[in-house]
Design a protein around this ligand. Structure first.
Ligand code: KIV
Ligand code: ZN
Length: 541
C-alpha cells in the first residue's frame, strides 16, 4: 500500500516520535531551539517515520523551532514533520506555518471526547464537539494533505461516540486516526479490543481504506508499552512514542521498548519498523543529556543495568553462552561491548577512527578540542572506554548557548573548617570576568552558591544525580541537575562530565543556569549595588 507518509505494508508499524512535543512537556525537559534541531536530526538517523516537532501555537519559540526542523530535517528522504494544534482555527493556521516547508508536512489536531473533557474543559455537548472536529479537520485538510486527528482521553470516552467522532474526522479528510489513552487508564486486554472494534466499526476507515490507525499511551499505571503493543495487535499501524519514555506525568510509551519488543519477538508479532536499532543508545543519551532527565539504571533497553549481569549464576551462564540470560545483544541497540578502547599513547587519528566507529564524525577544531580532553583523561585514567568517549562527546558538544563560562574552580572541604569554593567565570559575549568565593554545606553547595552570586539567576535545585561512567576509582563522573525558576515554575536540565566530580557538578549546574537564562531571556545582570562578586574585568585583560 502507498500513502502520503511513505511506502509501507501492513506488516510495518510506523514510528511517530513525540519526544519534542509530548516529551518536552515533562517537567524540566525544556529544550532550546538548537537542541530540538539536533535531536530531530538524530531521530531522523534513528529512522523514525514521523517527528512531532512541537506545538507551534504555544509560543513564537515553538513555532520557530518547528519551522527550522521542517526546513532542515524534513527533506524528501527524511521523516514526515508534524505539528500539533488544538481544534481551533488560529492554532491550525499557525501549525501550518510551522510545518509547511517540510517536504512531507502533517497537521495533527485534537479535541477531548470523554465526558470529563466535554463537561469541564470545552463545556460542549457531544453534538457541538462533532461540529468543532468537522470544522477543524476540514480546515487542516484545506492546507495540508496529511492530517491526523486525535480524540483526546479516548481511553475514558464512550466507544460509540468515538466511532462517530472518528467517522467525521475521516469524512473531512483525516488520514491518520490516533487513539490516545491520555491519562494512562486502560489495560492491555480492553485496549486491544477497543482498537479492533474501532477499526471494524468506523465507516470509511476499515482495512483497505488507506486510513492509518494509531495509538498514543501514557504510563500512569506503568502499562504504556503493554497497551501500545496491545493496540498494535488490535490493528494499529502507527505508535506514538518518546525516547526514554519521557512525557507528561509518568511519561509516554518508550520508543525503545516498543521497537525492541517487535524486533525481539518477530514470530509473535510478525511486524517490522523502519528503525535502525543501532542508533537507540546514542539517541537515548542525547535526549537524557539535553533534557537533564536521568535514565533510571533498571530502565528496559537503555538503563545502565539493562545488560549487566550481577548474580553468580547469571554470570556463569553468560560465560557459557550469552543467550542463557540475554534476549537481545547489546550491539543491536548500539551499545559497544568493547572494554578497552584507547590509552594515553593513542594519537589523534586513533581517536578520530574510534569516534567514527561510534557514529561521530569529528574533525578540525572540534577534534583538537576533544583530543585535548581525551589526553587529560588518559593521563588520569589508564583505559579510556567507549562509554568515556560518549561522555566526553556529550560534555564537549551537547552544551546550551553559553552566557556564562567557567574558567577555574578551587574548593576546600573535609572535616575541618567550612567547605569553601572559589569560582572564576566570564561572560561569554563580552569577556567580562568575575570571581566569587562562597561557603556551603559541602563543596558542591559552595560552588553553586558562588555561581549564583555571579550569574544572578534565581533558581531552586530540584534534582541532582551523580554516577560514574565506568567502574573504578578513576572513572569519569557524570552529573545531571534540574533547576526551577521560582517565578515561572519552569525547570531546566544540565549535564556535565569530568573525572573530578565537583567540576562535573559545576558544569552541569552552569549548563542548566545558561539554559534558563537563554530560554527566559534573562541576562544575569545584577542590579546596581547588589553584586557581591569581585568584577575582574580589568584584571582579566
Ligand atoms: O495524551 C494525549 O491525549 C495527547 C494528544 C494531544 C494526542 O498528547
Ligand atoms: Zn500525550
Amino acid at each position: 500500500m502507498t500513502d502520503k507518509v511513505r511506502t509501507y505494508d501492513e506488516n510495518t508499524v510506523l514510528i511517530f516520535d513525540t519526544t519534542l512535543r509530548d516529551g518536552e512537556q515533562s517537567p524540566g525537559a525544556t529544550l532550546s531551539s538548537a537542541e530540538k534541531l539536533e535531536i530531530a536530526r538524530q531521530l531522523s538517523m534513528l529512522g523514525v517515520d514521523i517527528i512531532e516537532a512541537g506545538f507551534p501555537a504555544a509560543s513564537p519559540d515553538d513555532l520557530a523551532a518547528v519551522q527550522r526542523i521542517s526546513r532542515e530535517v524534513g527533506t524528501p528522504d527524511g521523516p514526515v514533520i508534524c505539528g500539533l494544534s488544538r481544534a481551533v482555527e488560529k492554532d491550525i493556521l499557525v501549525c501550518w506555518e510551522g510545518v509547511k516547508d517540510a517536504a512531507k508536512p502533517r497537521i495533527h489536531t485534537f479535541l477531548g471526547t470523554s465526558d470529563y473533557h466535554l463537561n469541564y474543559i470545552t463545556k460542549t455537548t457531544r453534538a457541538e464537539a462533532i461540529e468543532i472536529i468537522r470544522k477543524a479537520v476540514t480546515l487542516a485538510k484545506s492546507l495540508c494533505d496529511d492530517v491526523e486527528f486525535s480524540p483526546m482521553d479516548a481511553g475514558r470516552s464512550d466507544p460509540a461516540f468515538l466511532v462517530e467522532v472518528c467517522a467525521v474526522a475521516v469524512q473531512c479528510g483525516a488520514t491518520t486516526l490516533n487513539i490516545p489513552d491520555t491519562v494512562g487508564y486502560v489495560t492491555p486486554e480492553e485496549w486491544r479490543e477497543r482498537i479492533a472494534n474501532l477499526i471494524a466499526e468506523t465507516p470509511g476507515a476499515g482495512p483497505g481504506s488507506g486510513v492509518i490507525w494509531s495509538v498514543h499511551c501514557h504510563n500512569d499505571l506503568g502499562l504504556a508499552t503493554a497497551n501500545t503493543l496491545a493496540g498494535v495487535l488490535g490493528g494499529a499501524r502507527q505508535v506514538e512514542v518518546t525516547i526514554n519514555g519521557i512525557g507528561e506525568r509518568a511519561g509516554n510509551t518508550s520508543l525503545e521498548e516498543v521497537v525492541m519488543a517487535l524486533h525481539t519477538r518477530p514470530q509473535f508479532y510478525g511486524l517490522n519498523t523502519n528503525i535502525n536499532s543501532r542508533e537507540i543508545v546514542k539517541t537515548s543519551r542525547m535526549v537524557s543529556n539535553y533534557t537533564g532527565m536521568y535514565v533510571q539504571a533498571n530502565k528496559a533497553i537503555v538503563g545502565a543495568n539493562a545488560f549487566a549481569h550481577e548474580a553468580g549464576i547469571h554470570q556463569d551462564g553468560m560465560l557459557k553462552h550469552a543467550s542463557t540470560f540475554e534476549i537481545m545483544t547489546p550491539e543491536t541497540i548500539g551499545l559497544s561491548q568493547s572494554k578497552l578502547v584507547l590509552g594515553k599513547h593513542s594519537g589523534r587519528h586513533a581517536l578520530k577512527v574510534r569516534l567514527s566507529e561510534l557514529g561521530y564524525n569529528v574533525e578540525g577544531d572540534a577534534l583538537n578540542q576533544l583530543f585535548a580532553r581525551f589526553k587529560e583523561l588518559a593521563d588520569a585514567k589508564k583505559n579510556v572506554t567507549d562509554a568515556d568517549l560518549e561522555a566526553l562527546m556529550a560534555d564537549e558538544f551537547n552544551k546550551p548557548e553559553e552566557i556564562f563560562s567557567m574558567d577555574d574552580i578551587q574548593v576546600t572541604c573535609g572535616t575541618m573548617g567550612m567547605p569553601t569554593a572559589t569560582v572564576k567565570m566570564h561572560r561569554a559575549g563580552s569577556g567580562e570576568a568575575f570571581i566569587h568565593a562562597a561557603v556551603g554545606t559541602g563543596p558542591v553547595d559552595a560552588s553553586y552558591k558562588a555561581i549564583d552570586a555571579i550569574t544572578n539567576a534565581p533558581n531552586v535545585l530540584v534534582e541532582y544525580a551523580v554516577h560514574s561512567v565506568t567502574e573504578g576509582i578513576d572513572a569519569l563522573g557524570e552529573v545531571t541537575v534540574r533547576i526551577q525558576h521560582p517565578e515561572t515554575g519552569r525547570s531546566f536540565g544540565g549535564y556535565g562530565a569530568d573525572s573530578d566530580i565537583v567540576v562535573a557538578s559545576v558544569k552541569a549546574y552552569l549548563a542548566a543556569v545558561n539554559r534558563m537564562l537563554a530560554l527566559l531571556g534573562l541576562d544575569g545582570v545584577q542590579a546596581e549595588g547588589e553584586a557581591a562578586t569581585v568584577n575582574m574585568k580589568s584584571e582579566a585583560k
